[in-house]
Write a protein that binds this ligand. Structure first.
Ligand SMILES: [Zn+2]
Length: 218
């Protein structure tokens, strides 16, 4: 397999916004709403979503999902179905992450220039991730939380006055993403910073969070 090349955040956002636009979801739309990730996966990319117990694929980490590119199949680990059912944000993020492998690494790269080989990705929940996994996470964050929509959402929150943690939870609910995924994305976009103590502040130019790794919120 080829090692993935570096993908800057601006290039990733161009890819994900093109996908949304191609599907008919305007990332600049006035409404702040969840990206229809299941429909995009199934109808726009013609990938099948199925459930199987796939713990045996890897003994080192907790396998959440896999993509088998030559079968155009995303497999979610049935063992963790209760977790996916209880955390819609984790479910949607996992689908978007697997789609990221399809778009960036596996499908002949319709949204990138060069070709790629087909092979399976088994996606674990571990703290140390290879480059493809970090790229798939970045793809998922950019796809589910498009920059124009996030800027609009934060602008709306700013008009309410001081932004509290409860507003961030409300936004996460509205977008159907986990609070940790949203926190990472807001910081990445330099819009808002949510501290360990739960205080929300405006991000400043000193942070360099572009490739911050997202650890799944389990
Ligand atoms: Zn992965």
């Amino acid at each position: 397999m080829n090692r993935p090349g570096y993908i800057a955040i601006g290039q990733m956002e161009a890819i994900t916004e093109q996908i949304l636009t191609d599907y008919g979801f305007d990332p600049c739309d006035k409404r702040v709403r969840p990206v229809p990730i299941e429909e995009i996966v199934e109808f726009h990319f013609d990938l099948q979503i199925c459930w199987e117990a796939i713990d045996q694929l890897d003994t080192e980490g907790m396998v959440m999902a896999a993509i088998i590119p030559d079968r155009k199949q995303i497999i979610l680990n049935e063992t963790h179905r209760a977790l996916f059912d209880s955390k819609i944000g984790t479910y949607y993020f996992t689908l978007a992450h697997e789609l990221g492998h399809w778009v960036l690494h596996a499908s002949g790269k319709p949204y990138l220039r060069s070709g790629g080989e087909l092979y399976a990705y088994y996606c674990r929940s571990t703290s140390h991730k290879p480059a493809e996994e970090i790229q798939a996470d970045l793809f998922a964050g950019c796809l589910l939380m498009p920059r124009p929509m996030m800027e609009r959402a934060v602008k709306q929150l700013n008009m309410l006055g001081a932004i509290q943690l409860q507003h961030i939870y409300g936004l996460a609910d509205c977008l159907k993403v986990s609070i940790s995924a949203l926190t990472v994305r807001l910081k990445q976009l330099r819009l808002l910073y949510v501290g360990q103590d739960g205080r929300v502040s405006r991000a400043d130019g000193r942070m360099e969070p572009e490739y911050e790794q997202l650890t799944m919120d389990l």
